[in-house]
Design a binder for this molecule. Structure first.
Ligand SMILES: *Cc1c(COP(=O)(O)O)cnc(C)c1O
Length: 406
């Protein structure tokens, strides 16, 4: 990978017309390390968040030896960088052939379920392979309630009463059994984990069987842009959320069990920024060379406020307006699709113009992973950048995106 001190240096040197991902290895290492140090159990990185080899390799080199995976491609991606890593197959709904591949080829011994028919699928393969169920742990996924940018309990999870039956059934067959939940992504309410732990404690007490572990899933929020009106996003810092989670784990009596977490976003969000180019300025509208079908779909569906920084093109000699006047621009994506307009504006100096670059920060999670080739646009250039996005100078040009009207 070509290497630059800052994203601005990259933009002014390469003058890229395609959007470019700027990777900060040290930021990824720092964020992964701080998660591992503050969570009192095993850290299983959720590969779907950003499964690029350079991300997985950095995490493996750092000592992450456990990955949350959901498909054969993810099994392979994790094992390619960490051949001896433990893989947790935590998707509650799996293809029969993928269950076989997981057990037979990848040696996966941990899976999630939320329905008895999924248990039946696994039993069928275990019998066919003549395996001892005792060597396999099935985590029963409990549906939880909370507020997150992405709510998942409408899609996955067994209601507590159903979970009790599943735990007893799985125990009866001879598998080891654990409990898990995944509260959704980018939680917006610090009580979310406590509510989930309360449900898990209820299931545990009713089921009355010995549990092999508790997996608290992902959902840990990453810090994004600061809303210019409220000067905060209202969420406590990760250290506070973790302190609270550790305390709740003890209060709900789970500190006697092996614990697992499946963080994705909170580990990878800050390791990438994206440098996009303004292809055209039309009044208060900017047309850029990326969009919701490429790197920006997560900020669109999750209504996430991303920080942005203006990188003016020095080749433009004449500008109108005052660079100190920060105004909201509606941002239109590169494709010809009418929905390809960001749900949050970019707040930028009114002097921004055609040909300038914008560095969008904290775009490491759910960006490269969600790219499509729609309309022929597929950003795929990655460079190494040394200075973290938040520590790059030129603070006066660091402005944020915020809620527009709605
Ligand atoms: C997506 C996902 C994660 C990671 O979620 P983040 O919000 O990115 O931390 C963890 N576990 C499961 C089961 C998931 O589906």
């Amino acid at each position: 990978m070509t290497s630059f001190r800052t994203a601005r240096d990259m933009a002014l040197t390469l003058r890229p017309d395609e959007s470019v991902y700027c990777f900060r290895r040290s930021v990824l290492e720092k964020d992964a390390k701080s998660f591992m140090e503050s969570f009192p159990g095993k850290t299983a990185y959720a590969v779907k968040t950003n499964g690029e080899p350079f991300v997985l390799k950095t995490l493996a080199d750092l000592g992450i030896d456990c990955f949350d995976v959901a498909s054969p491609a993810e099994f392979a991606a994790a094992r390619a960088v960490a051949p001896s890593a433990e893989l947790l197959y935590m998707h509650p709904v799996k293809a029969q052939s993928d269950i076989r591949l997981a057990l037979e080829t990848y040696g996966i011994r941990t899976m999630a379920v939320d329905h008895e028919d999924e248990v039946a699928k696994i039993v069928r393969i275990v019998r066919a392979l003549d395996m001892d169920p005792e060597t396999i742990t099935l985590f029963v996924r409990i549906a939880t309630k909370g507020h997150a940018a992405y709510e998942l309990s409408k899609k996955f999870g067994a209601a507590p009463g159903h979970a009790v039956e599943l735990v007893q059934r799985i125990h009866g067959i001879g598998f080891k059994v654990g409990l898990c939940f995944h509260v959704g992504s980018q939680i917006e309410d610090p009580d979310t984990y406590e509510r989930a732990l309360a449900s898990a404690a209820w299931v545990r007490s009713r089921a009355g069987v010995e549990l092999a572990g508790l997996d608290v899933g992902g959902g840990f929020p990453a810090v994004y842009g600061v809303d210019r009106r409220t000067m905060g996003n209202g969420m406590p810092a990760l250290t506070d959320i973790m302190a609270r989670l550790r305390q709740d784990i003890v209060e709900w009596g789970f500190d006697d069990l092996p614990l697992v977490a499946e963080p994705g976003r909170v580990i990878s969000a800050h390791c990438l920024s994206l440098v996009v180019r303004v292809l055209l300025k039309k009044g208060r509208r900017l047309y850029i060379n990326d969009g919701i079908w490429a790197s920006l779909s997560d900020s669109w569906t999750g209504k996430i406020t991303l920080p942005a920084r203006h990188v003016p093109d020095p080749a433009r000699r004449r500008r109108t307006g005052d660079p100190k006047n920060i105004v909201p621009f509606r941002v239109c994506g590169a494709t010809c699709d009418s929905v390809d307009i960001l749900s949050r504006p970019f707040w930028l100096p009114e002097t921004v113009d055609t040909g300038d670059w914008i560095e969008i920060g904290h775009i490491g999670a759910y960006s490269m992973a969600l790219r499509t080739r729609f309309n022929g646009f597929y950003p795929d250039k990655v460079v190494d950048v040394e200075v973290p996005f938040d520590e790059d100078g030129a603070a006066e040009s660091l402005v944020s995106l915020e809620t527009m009207g709605s």
